[in-house]
Ligand binder design. Structure first.
Ligand code: GRF
Length: 204
């Protein structure tokens, strides 16, 4: 299946997807890396690996989210994109766009959802005093960070943790989890029942 990875910045999760997709048995090809910012560091990484890139600057659309999405979808159409993997993409999508890609769009979020949706997840986990934190891959639905959960990984929160130490511990798990979850979706192993994602052949 042909996948577009959508980024806004560093792109380390996108890089993890590219690395996984280099294996011949991997069921997805990253056929496009699209950024809504021309200065996203991840673009250079993708280009260096010969992956097509596109920039659709959200700034240029002045709040016209539907117009921005139509411009992105023109790029998807050019590349025959079938699945979207949000990878640090910092724009909220319209309900109409989400509906068009329902079941075919996933996101990685740096917390154990439903705890800590939104931003600043590591600082909020530290402030809450939780002992476990982590990351979640979920199908994207209209509510931000609310879609059916495909996979999660947990890490311990240590007594003397800093936000950056905790973020790095979570990020290492993100890089492991995201390629696995995308592979399930691309291989057609995921179905949704009563708002929950079921993954065939995976006992978790
Ligand atoms: C990651 O922590 C991801 O979970 C969140 O934004 C961050 C993006 O990092 N959605 P990167 O651009 O993939 O390095």
């Amino acid at each position: 299946r042909r996948v577009a990875a959508l980024i806004s910045g560093r792109g380390s999760n996108m890089a993890a997807l590219l690395a996984a997709a280099e294996h011949p048995d991997y069921p997805a090809e990253i056929a496009l890396v699209l950024s809504n910012r021309a200065d996203a560091a991840g673009l250079a990484h993708a280009s260096a690996r010969g992956i097509p890139t596109a920039v659709v600057e959200s700034r240029g659309f002045r709040g016209d989210r539907a117009g921005f999405e139509v411009a992105m979808e023109a790029e998807f159409a050019r590349r025959g994109i079938e699945i979207i993997a949000l990878a640090g993409f910092m724009r909220v999508l319209t309900e109409a766009f989400v509906a068009r890609w329902e079941g075919r769009m996933i996101n990685i979020h740096p917390s154990l959802l439903p705890s800590f949706p939104g931003l600043e997840t590591h600082a909020r986990a530290l402030a809450a005093g939780v002992r476990l934190h982590g990351c979640t891959v979920h199908l994207v639905t209209a509510g931000v960070d609310e879609g059916p959960i495909l996979a999660q990984a947990a890490v311990p929160v240590l007594q003397d943790d800093t936000e950056s130490a905790l973020a790095a511990r979570v990020l290492a798990e993100e890089h492991r989890l995201y390629p696995a979850a995308l592979a399930w979706l691309a291989a057609g192993l995921v179905r949704v029942e009563a708002g929950r994602a079921l993954v065939s052949g995976v006992g978790m």
